[in-house]
Design a protein around this ligand. Structure first.
Ligand SMILES: [Zn+2]
Length: 267
């Protein structure tokens, strides 16, 4: 956990964390609860992480875990899409979203075949989400406009463009289509991420940690955890020139609309 936070918040929702990468997890979730986090939406990148998210959602833990299932564009290996699709089919009524899915053209570099395969797999998962009445959590690095276009073609709405740091003209179209953004801890420093959050209305912004993605603290890069959600919230409040409590209430309400609470909790 980065720094310490007074118990200013309660009932917070961390809309994106990779719990399979946090070890030991239980103390981290205890620290999250102490920081005011009530719910973590557990992202998945492949079949194994989706299975873990599903298992965690059944356990009594210091915070509620709502599972996602999806195949991340950088985790594409033969057979994985079939395994993930089967998990989505079997567990759709328990899922908060299909995610983390999308395109990563920075990783694909100039490999057009790879980009085409990413698009095919992304389209397929968007269709699954739509068929099962689920939202989706979108990774759009370096492929912001193609992600927007494919989401638009799928008819799925609204979705979460997680940690959006792309061009503002694409963002304008994303917002016009009714979608949401998330503020990550990088909102404390990253100029493109801050610019996106400044351009979007507060009512369309949820908060996340994307933990354990490391955050620069001075010269060090420290792994994040769900207890660092107040870092995202304070940065969002500073960008929006509002009180952190106001950013907290707004982002929690936005998350409940996007992930269709309380339905997701009551299932
Ligand atoms: Zn992620």
């Amino acid at each position: 956990m980065i720094g310490s936070s007074e118990p200013l918040f309660s009932g917070l929702i961390d809309c994106h964390a990779h719990l399979e990468e946090i070890d030991p997890l239980l103390p981290a979730l205890e620290r999250a609860a102490a920081a005011g986090v009530a719910t973590v939406i557990a992202a998945a990148v492949d079949a194994a992480s989706a299975r873990l998210a599903l298992r965690l959602s059944e356990r009594e833990l210091p915070v509620a875990v709502l599972p996602c299932a999806g195949l991340h564009p950088t985790e594409i290996v033969p057979g994985e899409l079939e395994a993930v699709a089967a998990l989505i089919g079997e567990n759709h009524s328990r899922l908060a979203a299909v995610g983390e899915i999308g395109l990563d053209y920075w990783r694909a570099k100039k490999d057009e075949r790879k980009k085409g395969e990413q698009r095919r797999i992304f389209r397929f998962q968007l269709e699954l989400a739509r068929n099962f009445g689920l939202t989706a959590v979108i990774h759009s690095r370096g492929a912001w406009d193609d992600c927007r276009r494919l989401v638009g073609e799928s008819g799925l709405q609204p979705v979460l463009f997680h940690w959006y740091s792309g061009p503002l003209d694409v963002l304008e179209l994303i917002l016009a289509d009714g979608h949401y953004l998330s503020a990550a801890p990088a909102a404390a420093g990253s100029p493109p991420h801050r610019a996106a959050l400044a351009a979007a209305p507060l009512s369309r912004i949820v908060v996340e940690t994307d933990s354990p993605v490391p955050l620069k603290r001075g010269e060090e890069r420290v792994p994040t955890e769900p207890a660092d959600l107040p870092v995202s919230l304070r940065a969002l409040a500073e960008i929006k020139n509002c009180r952190p409590e106001e950013a907290a209430a707004s982002s929690t309400a936005a998350a409940r609309r996007l992930f269709r609470f309380p339905t997701a909790q009551d299932r």
